[in-house]
Design a protein around this ligand. Structure first.
Ligand code: SF4
Length: 963
């Protein structure tokens, strides 16, 4: 008889077993793996990966399986709370109130703001997964002051890639490791796309692929890399430009790909006397297919030796050379300008900056180039491109990349990531097998169609905002500024300070509102964002700002509402706390309208379905938003007669359509009256049940001929347009050269009519809005004496903890309760710091006392630590002597949200928080210093309603051991 495995996750429960299993979607990090939750007598006993889920295929990580301890955490908030009259913010003194009272209080306050000046209300959220709903709420309220955490996280990655290739890494695209031969991971920790990346890397390595990791620190995925290339933080752009230099010099770029699918061959105006200098030349006589994005560009046909319409039948564009149009206008192909730009970016130049030997840079460039050229893939899939040419097969160049926050969180990150996208394009790897592949709803137009509102007139009392609060500016006229060029948003997003801030600047909200620059606000609603701790730079000062008062005794930010499931550092500052549910207690949807879990072969969306009722008086934040939107009578939430449209959040998800009768809603699966349609169709009252029967996931596999070359794939475009993934069906040509950036530069130079930057920002815009990528040292580095602060300091998330979420989790605390500053032994020894000893780390902005750990896995110019393991005393249900507050530390105390002159410490193009730019020095502690971390904060008391879960429970063979 075959042996019965002790654990077979695919086997149904034994007969008479009192366990139940329920499918839902994990939310212990943002990767959204499918899970099966085992319940006994209504309690969670076990969580496993769902083998039938396309994303994780049964794989689960330490965080995912520890969800049980999040559910039963002593730090859970279970009752709405109000700050006790007479107590100060930060003291954490609360009294319980009823939900109805809390909602009425909010309704009345918000009603007043909405009827007078809607921008007095700001909504900022953390790593939530419902930005389609929170964004809709803000827009319907009429406030521009909304964003999630993207400006802090990786907006440079999104914007740098999307403004170049119309797609980005992680949720919207990634490396095709099933077919790649060479994989280069740069600036990535192990937290984005975690389980899928582990599965893909394991297959890739077993199949003989070569994995190169470029990172200041060798940790996580890098541990299994074939080669680790240490690099100094913030210098990735120099490396990438040197790689481009070498690839062009060696002629190892994919000329055919560049000529047909990028703007490398498009002619750029070189008449320096013209106000069109640097813009693409156009044929005014050409037929315009899409007036919203006229594509009447010119090529220099190297066969006919004359200017022709781009993609003219039989023409072959020159990529190099200097030409003159018939009217005498000097013109060059964009690629010529790129070649000229990178001429000085030699490997020897980059070696000085990056710390990577020039020979290594040359070898890597050569390896990338010949792998792409000599190991081509050809799939027998016929397809037709946007210009009507039929191709018998899909070809691929098997060099794949993956990059994330290590490149993004620098003030030079946008141009760095433009360089990466251009390198990937030179190698001919975009949406091709073995290279980078898009995931629905991407690719999108360069830039996508959504634009921010155009000025203060977009904000009107009792009216929805005129435009989505976030978008993708195409020209200076899309900026959200007033008549003087000043910002309209509280975070100064889409202003001349940070024109392309597609995800907002969460890290500047509290400072700006405290200072009243550009104006004070009344109410700040924060959801799942620990903005008094790790989701802010300059943590100690920001905490003071939250407590600071005006002359009349009112707080400078008068009303602070925090919605969270746990007692965090942030909740202590709230005037009103709304207890959220856990992910096991609520409905959620990972929507195509937002950030779905799509695969390369088609759109995938997924849901969470409650496996447990809410604990105590917890309510899902989604329900709170639907309730408030209905009470405040937002047009999208009430009938024309003013009656409530949606019973609750699940009802909203089923019945909401993007426009009346559009057939497009939050979920793409099982649409149509009986669930017979997908992607588009009438609302289906049984949609949730159908997701429940299908492991909470819907996967639409596109026809094979629609799965590649989607930027220029005629068949895909027609399908995408028919299901609402795209507004237009014109090709998405790769922007090697960005005339959009040049448009901003021309405005800064006073050569363009329309919106003009304020005088003090002209030079800044002119400098950074370069249509070609270039390298500059991070802004903080430029402003810092490098001899006094010789080291870079970076922070990253560990595998076992996500943001600050998990220090209340008893199982995960067994992996990390405190963090070290990892220092190269040579550097630590030179400073007289012992391995495991206490030390000081200091920046221009602050200092922290912490524990040192020697590590050979960090390049000598860098020190690093895990993010947000250190906690403030009293938060997260931890005892006052917990390791997290006594031995753990937060690097954010060393970082500043502003540079001298009150300019945000951010990328000047996108507003990405430059929290990886900080420069530090280290020293040993004095012999008589206490063995605790510094700074320390007054302990917040346990909030009412927390602590209902026991600190310890013991089980044996499924039975609880009672004392
Ligand atoms: S990778 Fe993230 S979503 Fe997946 S199981 Fe782990 S914690 Fe859950």
């Amino acid at each position: 008889m075959a042996a019965i495995p002790i654990h077979d996750p695919t086997r149904p429960p034994l007969d008479k077993a009192s366990t139940q299993t329920r499918d839902t979607t994990c939310y212990m990090c943002a990767c959204r793996c499918g899970i099966r939750v085992h319940l006994r007598d209504g309690e969670v006993r076990y969580i496993e990966g769902n083998p039938d889920h396309p994303l994780n295929q049964g794989v689960i990580c330490a965080k995912g399986s520890s969800g049980i301890m999040k559910q039963y955490s002593p730090a859970r908030l279970t009752k709405p709370l109000r700050r006790k009259p007479g107590s100060e913010r930060g003291d954490g003194e609360f009294e319980t109130i009823e939900w109805d009272e809390a909602l009425t209080l909010l309704e009345q306050r918000l009603q007043k703001i909405r009827a007078t000046d809607p921008k007095q209300f700001a909504l900022f959220t953390g790593r939530d997964q419902m930005q389609a709903l929170t964004g809709l709420f803000a827009r319907q309220f009429g406030t521009p002051n909304y964003a999630a955490h993207g400006g802090f996280c990786s907006v440079n990655m999104a914007a740098g890639m999307i403004y170049t290739i119309g797609g980005s890494f992680w949720e919207f695209g990634g490396p095709d490791l099933d077919r790649a031969k060479l994989f280069v991971m740069i600036g990535t920790a192990e937290d984005h796309h975690s389980n899928p990346m582990k599965i893909a890397l394991s297959k890739f390595k077993r199949a003989g692929g070569r994995f190169v990791s470029i990172n200041p620190v060798r940790t996580g995925y890098s541990a299994i890399a074939d080669e680790w290339v240490p690099i100094k933080p913030g210098t990735d752009g120099a490396l990438l430009l040197a790689l481009i230099h070498e690839i062009i010099k060696l002629g190892l770029y994919d000329r055919d790909f560049l000529a047909r699918y990028t703007n490398a061959g498009q002619l750029v105006n070189q008449d320096s006397a013209s106000d069109q200098f640097g813009m693409m030349l156009r044929n005014a006589e050409a037929t315009i297919a899409n007036p919203l994005r006229p594509a009447n560009f010119l090529w220099w046909d190297r066969l006919g030796q004359r200017a022709v319409d781009d993609h003219a039948e039989g023409a072959d564009p020159a990529l190099l050379g200097h030409f003159k149009l018939a009217d005498g206008t000097p013109a060059v192909p964009a690629f010529q300008l790129l070649q000229e730009r990178v001429k000085a970016y030699t490997p020897d130049w980059a070696a000085e900056i990056t710390g990577i030997p020039a020979a290594t840079i040359r070898r890597l460039a050569h390896e990338m180039g010949i792998t792409a050229r000599d190991q081509k893939i050809e799939l027998p899939i016929a397809w037709t491109d946007s210009w009507g040419q039929r191709h018998a097969s899909v070809k691929g160049n098997p060099v794949a990349f993956h990059a994330m926050r290590g490149l993004a969180a620098h003030s030079n990150g946008f141009q760095t990531i433009r360089s990466l996208a251009i390198l990937m394009s030179l190698l001919g790897t975009i949406d091709r097998p073995g290279g980078f592949r898009h995931k629905a709803p991407y690719p999108r137009a360069v830039p996508p169609n959504a634009r921010p509102p155009k000025g203060p007139q977009a904000v009107q009392p009792n009216k929805p905002l005129d435009g989505a609060p976030l978008g993708w500016p195409e020209s200076p006229d899309d900026l959200f500024v007033d008549a003087e060029g000043g910002p309209v948003r509280i975070d100064k997003g889409f202003s001349w300070e940070h024109p392309l801030s597609a995800h907002g600047l969460m890290h500047n909200v509290i400072t700006n509102a405290w200072r009243g620059d550009p104006y004070p606000i009344d109410t700040l609603l924060i959801f799942m964002a620990n903005m008094a701790w790790n989701s802010t730079m300059n943590t100690s000062e920001v905490r003071k700002m939250l407590n600071d008062k005006r002359e009349d005794g009112e707080y400078k930010i008068p009303f602070l509402v925090v919605c969270d499931a746990f007692q965090s550092e942030m909740t202590a500052y709230a005037d009103l706390v709304l207890p959220d549910t856990t992910y096991l207690e609520r409905h959620d949807c990972m929507s195509i309208l937002d950030r779905p879990i799509s695969e390369f072969d088609g759109p995938v969306d997924s849901v969470r379905i409650p496996v447990l009722p809410p604990t105590g008086e917890c309510r899902p934040f989604q329900e709170v938003l639907v309730e408030l939107a209905s009470r405040l009578k937002f047009p999208a939430f009430v009938t024309p007669e003013g009656a409530r449209k949606y019973r609750d959040y699940p009802d909203f998800i089923v019945n909401y359509e993007t426009a009346p009768g559009s057939g497009i809603g939050f979920l793409a699966g099982w649409r149509g009256k009986g669930g017979e349609k997908s992607m588009r169709g009438e609302p289906n009252p049984k949609q949730w049940e159908m997701y429940a029967k299908n492991h909470c996931v819907f996967h639409h596999r596109m026809a094979p001929e629609h799965q590649y070359m989607r930027n220029w794939n005629k068949g895909y475009m027609a399908w995408a347009q028919s299901v609402g993934l795209r507004r237009d069906n014109d090709p998405i040509v790769i922007h090697i050269y960005s005339e959009f950036l040049q448009g901003f530069r021309l405005a800064a130079q006073g050569k363009r009519a329309g919106k003009q930057p304020p005088q003090h920002l002209r030079k800044r815009v002119e400098t950074y809005f370069d249509p070609l990528p270039f390298y500059y040292a991070p802004l903080e580095e430029q402003a810092t004496d490098r001899t006094r602060f010789p080291l870079n300091a970076v922070t990253q998330r560990p595998m076992a903890m996500y943001h600050s979420w998990d220090s209340q989790n008893a199982w995960l605390r067994q992996i990390h309760t405190h963090n070290y500053l990892f220092v190269n032994p040579r550097v630590a020894q030179a400073a007289g710091i012992a391995d495991g000893g206490w030390m000081w780390v200091e920046s221009t902005w602050g200092k922290v006392r912490c524990l040192c750990r020697y590590s050979e896995a960090v390049e000598p110019g860098t020190v690093w630590t895990w993010n947000a393991i250190g906690k403030a005393t009293g938060a997260w249900g931890l005892s006052d002597d917990a390791n997290e507050s006594q031995r753990g530390f937060l690097l954010n105390h060393l970082i500043s949200e502003e540079l001298p002159g009150q300019l945000s410490n951010s990328d000047p193009i996108t507003g990405q928080a430059a929290w990886y730019d900080v420069r530090v020095r280290i020293r040993a502690v004095d012999a008589d210093e206490p063995a605790t971390t510094w700074p320390q904060f007054k302990a917040a008391p346990q909030a009412p309603g927390t602590g209902i879960a026991p600190r310890w429970r013991a089980f044996f063979a499924g039975q609880e051991l009672k004392k």
